[in-house]
Design a binder for this molecule. Structure first.
Ligand code: PMP
Length: 383
């Protein structure tokens, strides 16, 4: 019998060579070994789910709603999701189904649309999962840059760069607005230009709108109303962030019925269905407007921005719950993150989300007290 002594003895599939551990997870692990950390590395809201949502899930369990649901999710939840979208966007997408979080929706979209070697356009910076999901299906990635050329410009793509990239015939353009990790929001004009570019090349658009609720200064421009003009469009959203239930694994996918039908088929053989009692709880969640939480997060955004803007090169976060400041002059990423760790401050190095190592991600999804301590450490480091 051959013992497994080293990783090479596992005889792994070659795709595993390209799948990397996430920098965010590494921070998770560090937290457990650190005493009283100032943790600004977390990508989930610091509030708990609304009581009515929890009661809805508990009631469902007690009533015996513990079996599988249909693959697409319970009809009352799908209807409520579509009602919320119609209220917000004035447009009711053709079709929707419940996915195992936005993560589940991402995997199903990639499996349904991408062959090995297909080209996907990804923003840089990007949410870490995208790159790895694309590796799983063997897609090729070309990045387009979002970094502001000048301070105050915000995180928008350069349309000339995108035109050049579209000439390479990408199968899919992946967008994430409001963004993790930049806190940026793509403008309506940018979305219109990207939709036109995609339409003229027959490219699919996948828009991850998981932070749709966290838009601080304006109603964020969504791809959803643009789906009426351009059908090759999938929009993903979910419960994890807005309702404080990332552990519930509940999201939704919107898109043309013909594609969603294929994605549901894949769901049958992968996730099967979303957790049954939690779907019932989520129905109650959709009754809540979560406005108080949004107000509180706007204040956190203001506190972080006011506290850091004179010390760091920082775009004002417009949405999500992240700020993405540049390292102060003279600091390397390694030294800066190390200096923060020595002061018990946990952040995520920007290279986890980018080809560059020039910025870091600060999550303001934390208590006001933690934010005060974190901002204090960062100000003292930059002085
Ligand atoms: N997309 C983005 C941009 C995210 O930040 C996250 C969570 N960190 C996800 C998707 C995953 O969300 P879910 O919990 O719905 O799978």
């Amino acid at each position: 019998m051959m013992a497994i002594m080293q990783e090479k003895d596992l005889n792994l599939a070659s795709r595993m060579d390209k799948i990397e551990g996430s920098g965010v997870r590494r921070m998770f692990e560090l937290v457990s070994s650190m005493q009283d950390p100032i943790n600004l590395s977390i990508g989930q809201a610091d509030y708990d789910a609304p009581p009515a949502m929890k009661e809805g899930a508990i009631k469902a369990i007690q009533e015996g709603k513990n079996r599988y649901t249909v693959t697409q999710g319970i009809p009352e939840l799908i209807e409520k999701v579509l009602d919320r979208i119609e209220r917000r966007e004035g447009f009711r997408p053709e079709s929707a189904f419940m996915t195992s979080g936005v993560s589940g929706g991402l995997l199903l979209t990639a499996l349904a649309l991408l062959d090995p070697g297909d080209l996907v356009l990804l923003p840089d910076p990007f949410f870490v999962m995208y790159k790895n999901v694309l590796e799983i299906v063997g897609a090729r990635v070309a990045f387009f840059d979002l970094y502001p050329k000048e301070r105050g410009e915000g995180w928008q793509p350069d349309l000339n760069e995108l035109e050049t990239l579209f000439a390479k015939k990408p199968k899919l353009l992946l967008l994430n607005s409001p963004s993790n990790p930049t806190g940026g929001i793509l403008s309506g004009e940018t979305l219109d230009s990207l939709t036109n570019l995609a339409a003229s090349h027959g490219t699919w658009i996948l828009s991850d709108e998981i932070y749709d609720h966290f838009s601080f200064d304006q109603r964020f421009p969504s791809m959803i109303p643009r789906m009426s003009q351009y059908e090759r469009c999938v929009v993903l959203g979910g419960f994890s962030k807005t309702w404080g239930v990332p552990g519930w694994r509940l999201g939704w996918a919107l898109g043309p019925e013909l594609l969603l039908d294929k994605m549901r088929l894949l769901q049958q053989y992968t996730f099967v269905c979303c957790p049954t009692p939690l779907q019932y709880g989520a129905v109650a969640g959709l009754e809540m407007d979560m406005e108080d939480e949004l107000q509180a997060y706007r204040k956190k955004r203001d506190f972080v921005y006011q506290g850091l803007k004179d010390f760091y090169s920082l775009e004002k976060p417009e949405g999500s719950f992240y700020a993405f400041p540049a390292y102060p002059k003279g600091w390397t990423e390694k030294d800066f993150i190390q200096a923060c760790l020595e002061r018990r401050l946990l952040l995520v190095p920007g290279s986890a989300f980018s080809r560059r190592a020039t910025h870091f991600r600060l999550s303001f999804a934390a208590s006001d007290e933690t934010l005060e301590k974190g901002v204090e450490v960062l100000r003292s480091l930059a002085k």
